[in-house]
Design a protein around this ligand. Sequence first.
Ligand code: ADP
Ligand code: MG
Ligand code: ZN
Length: 486
Amino acid sequence: MKSDSPYEPVIGLEVHAQLATRSKIFCGCSTTFGADPNSHACPVCLGLPGALPVLNREAVEFAIRLILAVGGQVSERSVFARKNYFYPDLPKGYQISQFDVPIGQGGSVEFVCDLHSAHKVQVGLIRIHLEEDAGKSLHNEDPADDSTLVDVNRCGVPLLEIVSKPEIRSPRDASLYLQQMHQILQYLGICTGNMEEGALRCDANVSIRPAGSTVLGTRTELKNMNSFRAVERALSVEIGRQTELVRDGQLIRQETMLWDEKSQTVHPMRSKEESSDYRYFPDPDLLPLQISSSWVDSVRASLPELPMARAARLAAQYGIPDYDASVLTETRELADYYEQTVAVFTDGKKASNWIMTEVLRILKEKSIGISSFPVRPEHLGQLLATVSDGTISGTAAKTVFEQMVVTGKSPKDIVTEGGFAQISDGTMLGHLVDRVLDENQDQVATYRSGNQRVLAFFVGQVMKNSKGKANPQRISELLKERLDRS
Ligand code: ADP
Ligand code: MG
Ligand code: ZN
């Protein structure tokens, strides 16, 4: 998008993804979301004296999966460090993270720009590191009671922090980058991606500079955005704020800003710490993390096909437009559903039309995911085949489909039980056609006076009388025969 502003935004995102391991990163406590406050806690995640952390192997494996998926380098040796700060939801007084030597470096994320379709944007990554999450402070909403409660269940939940280079150039691209990251994490099966539950969070760093300049301006960091849309909105608002300041000849202060969803505004939270304020040092309780090349190789061999690659393959293999392919690959489960449908009914475009309209409409109405959809893909394939071979009409197919959704039965059973099979028998159709012509003499006259558009009306009437079972093409032929006769 071309803008009139003489300033260009520069954006870098820090994404935090909670890893979907069953237990926490350094202890055996459960990571389940929504448990009773403070019910998932032990001496290790509370940092009680004498407790020793033990690294969760699955968390490391999940990290390796993402690093490989984005084409980054897995460090043979990386180090856990203590990041020291005080906050009520961090009873240990430090967070175990990685600093100098992260588990992953480099790599990039590519996504399709939806404004100039077919244009791909690539954003490089600086680093990917493992760390533990902190607890949660629950501030009382009651103005008469300003107390704060602390829930430590989240302390020690494994996080991957993914830091992008400052290569994103618009709020829209920031949102698309995040959506792509979300999709990759889900395809890899390492993060639920549930933003409302905080499983995927993002801090956005942003600065502006004169268009065409290559030096970086002073940045601010935006926090507290809980949706893709919030990330995009918050960045637009902040870019607007910075632009006005600079136009006024004022300086941007490097600080952390909080997004307020209700008022759609940003407020300064605190001036930004320097990393030296955290007094990072290697955690003496944890050995450096060594990762063998055979482990990396076996993880590489187990990687699934990733969203962009799968979309390209679906488009080529089933002859569907890129747009369809990108909708169908939004989740791995939906793409599986499509491919299982096409395995039964091979017209890729017809299958994609049906899924993108009828199936997605019902998922939306019921607010469910494809994995809870009651119609099995083989059954959908069979339904489309019965339309294609003329057993039932397109109109009847909609009704049969509705019943499949309600009952979960096969289309064959529903067609037989409900008598949905299409009537193509000439004598029977002839009777239906004659009746409609008899009952609508005015329209017959209209047709014969040259207005052939009433043909559609007659076809509609016959379809209605046959409860959608008549073969519309045959009806049309029979009608024309009779109407054009005299
Ligand atoms: P810190 O760890 O102190 O937050 P980093 O240097 O690691 O800082 O950068 C964090 C994020 O900020 C990265 O995503 C990076 O791309 C982004 N970033 C750094 N400098 C700028 C800048 N001038 N404008 C916009 N984004 C920036
Ligand atoms: Mg930061
Ligand atoms: Zn614990």
